[in-house]
Design a protein around this ligand. Structure first.
Ligand SMILES: [Zn+2]
Ligand SMILES: [Zn+2]
Length: 112
């Protein structure tokens, strides 16, 4: 992981949990090759641990394969809520919970 590649380490992202992709707003450029090239997602893995799904991957520089940050995303269901967390030096930290009940008004108005 590389502090020189990001503007801010672990920025607070509120409830924006990314399961894929990169938060390019926080990417200042590769500290190794000094290019601001595409950020690739690599070594993506997903494991299920006692009902909690943990997705991890690496953000790497397209130009030189330098590892910019390691991304961790978790998903679990606690009671009637789906809990999401994200922790990544590049993408920041965030957590969210969404009710699984059908009458949750948030479910009828998805944000994406
Ligand atoms: Zn690079
Ligand atoms: Zn990330």
């Amino acid at each position: 992981m590389c502090i020189g590649c990001v503007q801010k380490e672990y920025p607070d992202r509120g409830n924006t949990c990314l399961e894929n992709g990169s938060y390019l707003m926080n990417f200042v450029g590769c500290a190794n090759c000094h290019q601001r090239d595409f950020v690739l997602v690599s070594n993506k893995t997903s494991v299920d641990e006692d009902g909690e799904e943990i997705v991890t991957y690496l953000h790497t520089c397209k130009n030189c394969d330098h590892i910019i940050a390691r991304h961790e995303y978790t998903f679990s269901v606690v009671d009637d809520y789906q809990e999401y967390t994200m922790l990544c030096m590049l993408c920041g930290k965030a957590e969210d919970s969404i009710s699984v009940l059908p009458d949750d008004p948030r479910q009828t108005a998805p944000l994406f």
